[in-house]
Design a protein around this ligand. Structure first.
Ligand SMILES: Nc1ncnc2c1ncn2[C@@H]1O[C@H](COP(=O)(O)OP(=O)(O)OP(=O)(O)O)[C@@H](O)[C@H]1O
Ligand SMILES: [Mg+2]
Length: 472
């Protein structure tokens, strides 16, 4: 079994070669597309493992020709360009698997083994059209890579997708991206907030009604399902949908048809369903608030949006992205100094990306200089009502904050206490350290805990006390 490895970084190439050779593969290594093509002409390989950015071109773009000549050759793509765009382009080539760098070498070896085993069975490439840059979803963390990979897997089919995650994590944006990049992009994208429609209107909203179906139905009305025909129906806040509406929705999904209120005709559904919620549906089901059968209908492909605190490394990228967007919308064009980016990355963002976005827009609007530095960020944080961390409406007091947190966060069973303590400690320690200018001894005294305990917790929580020193 022979693998052709195209990788211009010698150290990565060495690691991969060694790991594959350990598994009994014969590895041929080259560094350019020209060498790749020469090898492919001259020899048979069982798999191709390729980097994307190569000295003489783009490893994905040039794959179309390779796949035309050797449609059965499994291809595994490695990339340091961890964007949604790369994930999508990789999956559009019909590549067996896409690995954002840094990747787990064992997983790579496993995938190559699998790829060789299922040779010829992989999905055919659907279309080679180019998807431009300017992808709406930003993030380079491993957690977001997993999201991008899931998205790329649902673009060429109509599977129902359930997007889960805290408020402000980008659920709606993901739904839009799936629509925009997917097979149904030429059709409409219709979003319905299922929690906002009064119970008695929901049926008519979703399914439509005939003229005269009820008092006030003066004309025929087309429901959201029909409006979305040929496109995507986005059912938002599904966890808050009234029970009766859940039953109707389930029936529609099961039968694949709907009937307008007061109508006879069965209308065939032609929509892709994407649902989203910030509620944890398992306890809702246990409490009898959400139909379990509907959950299984919707939960065909779950996509979990990671909260920002699980990917602080994305904060800087997001902040710069939002400064660009703000400039595009007519706000002053600002740049972000590195110390400001660091400070933003250390903040807690209970409202996730939405809160960060709003904060960055305020910075763009109100900063005095074109370059935003840490002092400007600090000023803005201090100007916020409730001093930054616990300032959402729901968090007005700790009691309701905890209940809100339980409702919206989804710590895995068995970790709730630890997660809750961490969620409380993070803003608490940040506030006290800010007060003491990063002095841990004084912070420990104020808190009334042992200095070593504080130090241990700060390191557990990945909080850098130096970030709160007076200069920052
Ligand atoms: N990864 C991302 N890259 C760029 N912008 C993002 C990203 N995630 C979220 N946003 C932006 O953050 C804001 C909130 O996102 P969105 O409305 O999709 O959140 P949501 O999960 O639907 O929240 P809610 O549960 O409160 O409805 C939007 O302005 C969105 O464009
Ligand atoms: Mg939303």
């Amino acid at each position: 079994m022979s693998v052709l490895l195209v990788e211009d970084d010698p150290s990565i190439a060495m690691v991969i070669t060694a790991a594959l050779e350990d598994e009994g593969f014969a590895v041929t290594h080259c560094e350019t597309l020209a060498q790749r093509d020469a090898y492919l002409r001259e020899r048979e390989f069982s798999a191709l493992v390729t980097d994307v950015m190569l000295p003489d071109g783009d490893g994905i773009e040039s794959l179309a020709a390779v796949r035309r000549d050797q449609p059965d050759l499994p291809v595994v793509i490695l990339s340091a360009q961890n964007t949604l765009d790369t994930a999508v382009r990789a999956s559009d080539t019909g590549a067996f698997e896409y690995f954002p760098k840094p990747f787990d070498i064992d997983e790579l070896v496993r995938t190559v083994r699998q790829a060789v085993g299922t040779r010829g069975m992989e999905m055919a490439s659907s279309d080679d059209e180019q998807l431009g840059d300017g992808m709406p979803l930003v993030g380079r963390s491993q957690a977001m890579q997993a999201v991008f990979r899931m998205i790329s897997r649902v673009l060429r089919n109509d599977l129902t997708v359930l997007i889960l995650g805290e408020s402000g994590t980008g659920k709606e944006l993901v739904a839009e991206a799936i629509h925009e990049l997917g097979n149904r992009r030429t059709g409409p994208f219709i979003a319905v907030n299922t929690a906002a429609i009064p119970g008695e209107l929901i049926e008519s909203e979703l399914f439509g009604h005939e003229k005269g179906a009820f008092t006030g139905a003066v004309a025929r009305h087309t429901g959201k399902f029909e409006q979305a025909a040929g496109g995507t129906l986005f059912l938002d806040e599904i966890g808050d949908m009234p029970m009766q509406a859940q039953t109707r929705l389930l029936r529609a999904l099961q039968s694949g048809t709907i009937r307008r209120v007061g109508g006879r005709e069965e209308v065939r559904l032609d929509v892709r369903i994407i649902a989203a919620t910030n509620k944890d549906l398992k306890p809702q089901i246990a409490a009898g608030l959400f139909r379990e059968d509907l959950f299984y209908r919707l939960n065909v492909v779950p996509i979990r949006m990671p909260p920002l605190r699980e990917r602080p490394e994305d904060i800087e990228t997001l902040a710069r992205h939002f400064l660009n967007l703000a400039a595009g919308e007519g706000l002053p064009r600002r740049t972000l100094a590195n110390d400001a980016a660091d400070l933003l990355s250390r903040q807690v963002w209970p409202g996730n990306v939405r809160e960060l976005r709003n904060f960055v827009y305020r910075l763009a609007l109100l900063a005095r200089d074109n370059q935003i530095d840490a002092a400007t960020v600090t000023d803005m944080i201090e100007a916020e009502p409730g001093d930054g961390d616990l300032h959402s409406d729901q968090a007005a007091d700790l009691d309701s904050a905890v209940r809100h947190w339980l409702d919206t966060s989804m710590p895995p069973p068995g970790t709730i206490h630890a997660e809750a303590v961490a969620a409380l400690e993070r803003p608490l320690f940040a506030a006290v350290l800010r007060q003491t200018g990063g002095n841990q001894l004084r912070a420990a005294n104020l808190l009334g805990i042992n200095r070593n305990t504080l130090r241990k917790r700060l390191s557990d929580l990945d909080i850098d006390p130096d970030g709160f020193s007076a200069r920052n």
